[in-house]
Design a protein around this ligand. Structure first.
Ligand SMILES: NC(=O)c1ccc[n+]([C@@H]2O[C@H](COP(=O)([O-])OP(=O)(O)OC[C@H]3O[C@@H](n4cnc5c(N)ncnc54)[C@H](OP(=O)(O)O)[C@@H]3O)[C@@H](O)[C@H]2O)c1
Length: 210
């Protein structure tokens, strides 16, 4: 697939790495063009592109900015009508130990409201950047799970196909409204990783009896 990654930080760089390895055609854009260029240079096949028009021709946009920058970042791309937007953001407080919104809405729903033409899917928000960068295989048959939630079947299929192409297990978590569950799940993951000291080589999953 042709993917545009917005943001060249921890998650953006890890996406560019794993998506190019999985054989996708990857463009990366960032507020600081030099950072995007650096990430692209480290991943043969990836290209750094200017922000305006960065989503043109893309099958999906991976939104890898902080939640506070997300809407401006998306709007600066232009051309989002009918575009699949994979929202990985978590609306974190400044100390990362809480969420700034929830229960009656979610970051994903607020982003979807702000860019009404786009087909937004929440996904990857429970996957630490370190886990994404190092890969989905935890050994002994254990694979990291990507939960996805959207009101668009096409967006769900795109997110799950991308996740599986990078080696992740996937769980359909229902409509976009269920981002209200996925964002606190990421909060728990952050607490366990940083607050409780388990480190960032951890990931939530779901199991069922055969
Ligand atoms: N880190 C994790 O383990 C993790 C896990 C799951 C989900 N997430 C979520 O993923 C998102 C990214 O996290 P991160 O750790 O990668 O953050 P980060 O390292 O701070 O990277 C964010 C990137 O977004 C860029 N950006 C900001 N505004 C932009 C704009 N208008 N246009 C283009 N690029 C823009 C920033 O550019 P500048 O450098 O110029 O500011 C930076 O390169 C967050 O919402 C976070 O909650 C993170």
């Amino acid at each position: 697939m042709k993917i545009t990654v917005v943001g060249a930080g921890n998650m953006g760089a890890a996406f560019v790495k794993q998506l190019t390895r999985a054989g996708h055609q990857v463009s990366v854009t960032a507020r600081d063009g030099a950072k995007a260029a650096q990430v692209a240079a480290a991943n043969p096949g990836a290209a750094a592109v200017p922000t305006a028009g960065a989503a043109t021709g893309a099958d999906a946009v991976v939104l890898a900015t902080g939640y506070g920058d997300a809407v401006d970042a998306l709007k600066s791309l232009g051309g989002l009508q009918g575009k699949v937007v994979i929202d990985i953001t978590n609306p974190l407080t400044a100390d990362y130990m809480g969420l700034t919104l929830g229960q009656s809405t979610s970051a994903a729903e607020e982003i979807a409201k702000a860019v009404p033409g786009a087909e937004v899917v929440k996904a990857f928000n429970t996957v630490f950047a370190q886990v994404l960068a190092e890969g989905a295989d935890f050994g002994e048959g254990k694979k990291v799970t990507v939960f996805y939630a959207s009101d668009s079947e096409r967006a769900k299929q795109t997110a799950s196909a991308l996740a599986e192409s990078m080696g992740f297990k996937t769980v359909d978590a229902g409509g976009l409204k269920n981002s209200r569950y996925l964002e606190p799940l990421a909060g728990l993951n952050i607490y366990l990783g940083y607050g409780a000291g388990l480190g960032t080589s951890i990931a939530p999953t779901w199991i069922s009896k055969a």
